[in-house]
Design a protein around this ligand. Structure first.
Ligand code: ZN
Ligand code: FE
Ligand code: FE
Ligand code: ZN
Length: 289
């Protein structure tokens, strides 16, 4: 490991129907890596009874909170467990989501755009829709929604801020429209005071890249937008995945700290290089000297 582990703020539970492992197992995986803090953030129920097959049912919210609270309290001396949600930003659902967010004293809320209109564009079973749309238009619509999600004021972290690239669909190189949409998104994030997520999930997806693109990280850093790290683990084995790559990218852009949250208040934690274990040879030399 190049860096001392930072908190992983993006993890799911089996309530979203595409994850495995108990919260305790996620916590144990984090502790095994030397993490001092994690944030659970399962896919939120949707207001107005809107349901798809990859989120928890409203009736499961209680068991989600009880399970995470129990692990938090049991491990209190070893690991700090923060309680959050990954909530969808969908136009028209804002009022319902605001009601949901008032139901509990969350530590943090990740706001994610997974839909353009009714199309959950990151769903592998909806891939054929890509053949019917213009990639540039879709990218612009996506970044526009991400900007709106930040401005909505409902979220602390903007999840995987260029998820639209998940399957490797790319606008033409240097597309002015897309670059402008990216910039407008970042300006909205800056204005809103939200943090961006740096997510290793893209490394495990067809695109094979960290979310967001290094160009976006660099520009966000220039604007002073802070970052929180998330693996988007859907199983204990993915906890902390790609952390070194993510932190290296941040460092290369001049970012030297990451966000942590408690009661929806943000504070910053430095990114620290791991101490390199001295080899026996150098030890021996030290003693001779
Ligand atoms: Zn998921
Ligand atoms: Fe997501
Ligand atoms: Fe997620
Ligand atoms: Zn996610």
């Amino acid at each position: 490991m190049i860096y001392q582990p930072v908190p992983d703020y993006h993890m799911h539970t089996p309530r979203c129907h595409h994850a495995s492992g108990t919260v305790r197992e996620f916590a144990q995986a984090a502790m095994a890596l030397g993490m001092k803090e994690i944030g659970m953030s399962d896919h939120s129920p949707m207001p107005n009874g809107y349901m798809d097959d990859w989120r928890m049912d409203p009736a499961e919210l209680h068991s989600y909170l009880t399970e995470v609270e129990k692990v938090r309290d049991t491990l209190a001396r070893k690991l700090c467990v923060r309680i959050g949600l990954e909530a969808d930003f969908r136009l028209g659902s804002e009022a319902g989501l605001k009601r949901l967010l008032k139901l509990y004293d969350w530590d943090f809320i990740i706001g994610s755009v997974h839909y353009i209109g009714d199309w959950d564009f990151d769903n592998p079973s909806k891939l054929s829709q890509w053949d019917k749309v213009g990639v540039e238009e879709v990218y612009c619509a996506y970044f526009d929604l991400v900007g709106k999600s930040a401005v909505s004021g409902m979220f602390d972290i903007i999840g995987h801020p260029d998820l639209i690239k998940k399957f490797g669909h790319r606008p033409p190189d240097g597309s002015k429209r897309v670059l402008q949409a990216e910039e407008a998104m970042l300006q909205a994030v800056k204005k809103s005071g939200c943090a961006l997520e740096i997510s290793s999930a893209g490394l495990r997806k067809p695109v094979g890249e960290i979310y967001p693109h290094p160009r976006i990280v660099a520009r966000a850093a220039e604007l002073g937008i802070p970052f929180a790290y998330g693996s988007d683990a859907h199983g204990p084995d993915a906890v902390g995945h790609g952390m070194d790559e993510c932190l290296s990218l941040l460092e290369s852009c001049g970012v030297h700290e990451v966000c942590v949250f408690k009661g929806r208040k943000r504070s910053m934690q430095p990114i620290v290089r791991a101490k390199v274990k001295q080899s026996r040879v150098s030890h021996a030399k030290d003693r001779q000297a």
